[in-house]
Design a protein around this ligand. Structure first.
Ligand code: H79
Length: 478
């Protein structure tokens, strides 16, 4: 975003500087201003294209399109922190899913009476997200277990009824605002705890009455309104839309309800029924509501048409699990590279402990990713994926006339990249460092990798070419 803002504001600054430093400003003919205005507006429109995104409110709301500016901002951020947290962290089993399975329902539903995260410090969490190079934050305001992480007017099954009592969601919202991280909320549509929700799970014996879904929807909409109006959530990450209790019409209605309250909010595709399987994309974007696709526990396929974000855990589980197997810094960086190389965002999940702290091992892991991004973030933020499609050795991103080649396979001595006729490199360097030697050959660019590359999960080559990189068709590299 910073980069884009700079591109956007530089011509303005230049124009204002040259005019304000001139004593004869008022004597200049109007043509000067006309030219200046033309330069400003044409630069701005060239640098920040605002084409109509494909998503929106679904077939019931054909003119309600995804907010293009909000989507662009979201895509430019590329990397966010997902947090799954609640009373279940006391048991260390999976949030939502372990209710009535590993943990008996009555035990699960009483855990909140012991939830007392005395070491919780929102600024530590958000500060860690920032140090990891993340630009946005999404917290489970409510998971499938129905517990509300804020003092909700509409239920007593919430943070206010715990021994801790304090409004942790408010703290997170304020910490995000203070530290410049976008605040978002994960909210489960299904609610296996609520009496009016009409699908039961985990052997829950309560009878269902299909007419009560009307009441449940009211409850859900009211809680969403609290998140929008009282907590200023910028992103609603819905989940649990797949059960028969929730319909396509309900999805479109909820999408419109939110956009009518605040047009800048982004809403994922799980608000509606278009989301199919964990590949996470929407079948018919015009039919179903949602602004972007949500591949889960996998890197999405290369796709520059429909925006997407992969959500992936640092360990095996969404909520905290003691002694969990964690991924390595290399694995996370490679996952990020392949994701942005496919033109997606990465929402990396951590599960804090029941006392409110994030486990030391997870902290170290995130800091390691941040260290890499501090050097190489130029090739991540504000970029788009391609033209070289991601594989296990490398992935690419681009901005303007620059292609960033993220190389994960450090054994490569020479890299051959296919380029169309007439497209040539004019400079190749290591991001933040020295030039690299290369040859423009017939239909390919050959880069000779220097011997002493930095010891990092990947290195990034900055390849300047003689035209805009988004004019190149995506291509596979061997
Ligand atoms: O909130 C996280 C998951 O709880 C939720 N979406 C992410 C963001 C989710 N929705 N669907 N699924 C997860 C797939 C369900 C997988 C399951 Fe299992 C297999 C449920 C029970 C067995 C693995 C083990 C996941 C939960 C327990």
């Amino acid at each position: 975003m910073e980069k884009i803002m700079n591109l956007f504001s530089n011509p303005l600054k230049r124009a204002f500087r040259s005019s304000s430093s001139s004593p004869d400003l008022l004597l200049r003919p109007p043509i000067f201003f006309a030219i200046a205005l033309f330069v400003i507006t044409s630069c701005a429109t060239q640098q920040v294209p605002m084409s109509t995104p494909p998503g929106g409110g679904g077939e019931a709301n054909p003119i309600l399109k995804t907010n293009a500016a909000a989507l662009k901002n979201f895509r430019d951020m590329r990397f966010g922190m997902f947090v799954h947290w609640g009373p279940i962290s006391i048991k260390g089993t999976e949030i939502g899913w372990s209710r009535g399975r590993e943990i008996p329902i009555s035990t699960y539903d009483s855990l909140y009476l012991k939830f007392n995260p005395v070491n919780f410090n929102a600024e530590e969490w958000i500060g860690l997200a920032r140090e990891a190079g993340m630009k946005y934050f999404v917290i489970t305001s409510k998971h499938h277990d129905g517990f509300a992480l804020w003092p909700s007017e509409y239920t007593d099954y919430d943070i206010a009824s715990t021994p801790y009592k304090k409004d942790v969601l408010r703290d997170m919202e304020l910490a995000c605002e203070k530290l410049g991280i976008m605040f978002g909320t994960y909210h489960s549509i299904l609610d296996w705890h609520h009496p009016d929700y009409t699908t039961r799970y985990g052997g829950d014996p309560r009878p269902v009455d299909s007419t009560t879904m009307v009441r449940y929807k009211k409850y859900l909409f009211n809680q969403v309104k609290e998140l929008v109006e009282n907590y200023h959530t910028h992103l609603l990450w819905f989940d649990g839309q797949w059960e028969k209790s929730w319909t396509h019409a309900d999805g479109m209605e909820l999408y419109k309800y939110i956009r009518d309250m605040n047009d800048n909010i982004l809403i994922n595709n799980r608000v509606d029924k278009g989301f199919k399987g964990m590949a996470g994309m929407t079948d018919s974007i015009a039919k179903y509501a949602g602004d972007y696709g949500t591949p889960e526990q996998r890197i999405g396929g290369f796709n520059r048409e429909y925006p997407w974000e992969s959500c992936i855990t640092v360990g095996d589980q969404w909520a905290w699990k003691p002694n969990e197997n964690l991924k390595s810094v290399d694995e996370i960086v490679h996952t990020l590279i392949k994701t942005v190389g496919g033109d997606g965002n990465l929402l990396l999940n951590v599960g804090p402990m029941p006392d409110g702290r994030i486990e030391y091992r997870q902290v170290e892991l995130l800091k390691g990713v941040g260290k890499w991004l501090k050097v190489n973030g130029e090739g991540v933020y504000g970029t788009r994926g391609g033209p070289f499609m991601p594989n296990d050795k490398m992935a690419s991103t681009h901005v303007g006339q620059v292609i960033y080649l993220h190389v994960m396979d450090k054994s490569l001595k020479e890299i051959k990249l296919p380029l169309p006729q007439g497209v040539k490199a004019t400079r190749v360097s290591i991001v933040g460092g020295k030039s690299v030697s290369y040859d423009n050959r017939q239909g390919e660019l050959v880069i000779r990798v220097p011997g002493n590359m930095p010891d990092a999960p990947a290195y990034v080559l900055k390849i300047r070419i003689n035209r805009k990189a988004d004019s190149l068709e995506p291509v596979e590299v061997k």
